[in-house]
Design a protein around this ligand. Structure first.
Ligand code: UD1
Length: 364
């Protein structure tokens, strides 16, 4: 008899984490993956295009919660997901990452005494101002199985008193998505559509509230990006939150017309990774892109005070930066003055297989 496992998909960074698990479960006897999309991200270019790129079928359930305050979004997911698992309880719920839907589905499932596994467990920024840090800590504290991507994740969990038998290090599943899609990523050169030369441009992604919400931060950030774009063209696929705030603060038109700045809509997975692969540098505040640049040995400037992914700094190509650091760091990269990275242990495209093996060991 095949057992049903719910894979919770909610927001853009989740899709490349559930895809390899979905494909590995499909290939294993006795496992039926069921995709539950909470609808936290709902635009075609933030959601549907990723399902297509990653070979995922349409979700089995779509909770269609949409945007809202943290409590509205978290509460709406809990209520809608509770109904589904009351009607058809799975063998376990698998949550990924650190978004509001991750904590919401974990809470709903645990309160109905269903097992929960958290993929990408143990990461900590120690920054309680980040909603994701709260989501990570609560999810890890009540999940039954904790799949970690790196040794710092194991250490963080043990230091918080988590029993070792709940923890299995499986490596970084994002790299499985890259390896699954590598032939298609390498078959395309999307930079040509933007008139950009190989290694002759940077990619920018910024969406964290701490960077893009207040005009006092966004204004200087725009100025620093414009100054950097005078050195090397920058392609910036705009997240909806960032576009809205640039517009609200009256910064959008000036930014769009700046020399060397190329702006686009959010870009799907295969084309985006194709752009990163051939870039000279990346400027970001994303979590996953810190990891993907380390994997691809591309210099990465992370505009944050901290990172929950420290191996990208200690072993990889990532450096944390302030807005004031930005231009100097871009110059360093262009002068070839940047650390080269190594791929952290178990970032090898085989994490999904380890997840399924671990489930077999634990659940029989
Ligand atoms: C969420 C996650 C964050 C993740 C990010 C990736 C939480 C707390 N935050 O932040 O961890 O890094 O996703 O993108 O879960 N919007 C659209 N279309 C969409 C989705 C959102 O227009 O498909 C708009 C919303 O209306 C809102 C803004 O974008 O105004 C921000 O979206 P929201 O999902 O609230 O948070 P993110 O900043 O995307």
């Amino acid at each position: 008899m095949s057992r049903v496992f719910h894979l919770i998909a909610a927001a853009r960074p989740n899709f490349m984490k559930i895809a390899p698990i979905y494909h590995a479960m499909k290939a294993a006897d006795g496992y039926t993956p069921v995709i539950v999309h909470t609808g936290q991200h709902y635009d075609a270019n933030m959601s549907d295009s990723f399902f297509v790129d990653l070979g995922l079928p349409a979700p089995d359930f779509n909770l269609e919660v949409g945007s809202g305050t943290h409590a509205q979004q978290t509460g709406a997911v809990m209520i809608a997901y509770e109904q589904i698992i009351t009607d058809t309880p799975p063998a376990a719920t698998i949550v990924v990452g650190d978004v509001n839907s991750t904590i919401a589905c974990t809470l709903a499932a645990k309160k109905l005494c269903l097992p929960v596994a958290h993929l990408e467990a143990g990461l900590r920024s120690r920054d309680w101002g980040m909603p994701e840090e709260i989501n990570r800590i609560v999810t890890d504290s009540i999940s039954d199985i904790l799949w970690t991507p790196s040794p710092d994740g194991d250490d963080n969990l043990r230091n918080e008193g988590v029993a070792p038998e709940r923890i299995t290090r499986v490596g970084n599943v994002m790299m499985d998505s890259y390896e699954l899609m590598r032939p298609r990523i390498e078959a395309e050169t999307p930079r040509e559509e933007f008139g950009l030369a190989e290694k002759g441009y940077g990619i920018v992604t910024l969406h964290r509230p701490s960077n893009v919400d207040a005009k006092e931060t966004l204004g200087p950030l725009v100025d620093a990006l414009k100054a950097s774009a005078a050195r090397i063209p920058l392609l910036f696929p705009l997240h909806p939150r960032t576009r809205k705030n640039l517009d609200t603060h009256g910064l959008l038109d000036d930014f769009l017309s700046a020399t060397g700045i190329h702006v686009s809509e959010p870009i799907n997975y295969i084309r985006f990774m194709g752009l990163v692969r051939e870039a000279a540098l990346v400027i970001t505040d994303s979590g996953g892109i810190q990891e993907e640049t380390t994997y691809l040995d591309i210099p990465c400037i992370t505009l944050r005070e901290n990172t929950e992914r420290p191996v990208t700094v200690t072993e990889g190509t990532n450096r944390l930066a302030t807005i004031a650091d930005l231009q100097g760091y871009v110059d360093d990269i262009l002068a070839g003055n940047w650390q080269s990275g190594v791929r952290p242990d178990l970032w090898d495209g085989k994490s999904a297989a380890r997840v399924v093996d671990d489930l077999k060991k634990r659940l029989g």
